[in-house]
Design a protein around this ligand. Structure first.
Ligand code: PMP
Length: 293
């Protein structure tokens, strides 16, 4: 079965899908994106992704290419045409095609691309196997709350992780605090047993998976703290994990080669994975989705 993509009004074979060379996304990374997980035939956190998309577009003053409702129809159609039961949907909106000039063009229509990819179903056993992360300086701009396609520091960081044999790179700001991973949010369980992830601010992308895990924690009465944590605190942590639409809840068992806990998935991490999966299967995703800053 061949893959189908949506590009500016048309469904086309994935291999032929293309945008103009003067698309501002191509020339300036002047665009935003969302990645939706599809789990057992349902989109996870659709409302959350749409609200975050609205935030990203609004902050950059990029027009919606169509209503959120129409966009929802297209996303579902791309998913359907690619027979995605488990997988990912990628959506990108750029400021459109215009003669190259840094300032915003007048009267340009936003450009929209939607693709979908089938993936193996969520595999708890696999997620429970611990992975390593490395720490790297956070050299990004100052608006990580905007899900911009401008990802150079993230891809360089992820490549560094890969070359170090690690799964992810956690980025560290000038104060020695871990903000997040290059494509995921970072979590620890401190030596005192406190579940911690960075608070939502301009310093991180407020992950939809992060929000689901927090809501699942509230529902189950698991205490947590949304605050910054240092590299030292992470090194001494009992447990660690990452969250994202692609990685779900994935155990981290080493940081910069230093073993976390006993080198195996921690108890609370394992519980949060179960709670998360139950949560998305029953609630579909976070209910409180207006938490952007
Ligand atoms: N932070 C960054 C920098 C990311 O790229 C991602 C993945 N989109 C996340 C966090 C996690 O977000 P989500 O749970 O919405 O996938």
């Amino acid at each position: 079965m061949s893959r189908i993509a949506y590009v500016n009004g048309q469904y086309v074979p994935h291999q032929d899908a293309a945008v103009h060379i003067e698309d501002r996304g191509y020339q300036f990374a002047d665009g935003v994106y969302e990645v939706f997980a599809v789990h057992q035939g349902r989109m996870v956190g659709e409302q959350g992704h749409m609200d975050r998309l609205a935030h990203s577009l609004g902050e950059l003053r990029i027009d919606w290419p169509m209503s959120a409702r129409a966009l929802g129809v297209i996303i579902r159609e791309v998913s359907r045409r690619n027979r995605v039961r488990d997988g990912l949907i990628y959506l990108q909106i750029t400021r459109g095609v215009a003669r190259r000039d840094h300032s915003f063009p007048d009267n340009t229509e936003s450009a929209l691309v939607v693709t979908a990819r089938r993936m193996p179903p969520l595999d708890k056993e696999q997620l429970r196997k611990g992975v390593g992360v490395i720490t790297i300086p956070d050299i990004r701009w100052q608006r990580h709350d905007i899900k911009s396609v401008s990802l150079l520091p993230n891809i360089i960081g992820k490549q560094q992780a890969r070359e170090a044999g690690a799964y992810e790179a956690w980025m560290v700001n000038n104060e020695g605090m871990i903000t997040e991973g290059t494509a995921s949010n970072a979590w620890i369980v401190t030596k005192d047993g406190e579940l911690v992830t960075h608070n939502a601010s301009h310093a991180i992308l407020n992950g939809i998976t992060r929000l689901s895990v927090l809501e699942a924690a509230v529902a189950a009465g698991v205490p947590f703290s949304e605050r910054a944590f240092s590299v030292e605190e992470a090194m001494q942590a009992k447990e660690a994990f990452v969250t994202s639409s692609t990685s779900h809840v994935k155990a981290v068992t080493s940081i910069d080669g230093h073993s976390i806990g006993n080198g195996h998935i921690g108890e609370l991490t394992s519980r949060m994975l179960d709670l998360y999966v139950d949560f998305i299967e029953t609630k579909g995703g976070p209910q409180n989705t207006n938490t952007w800053n």
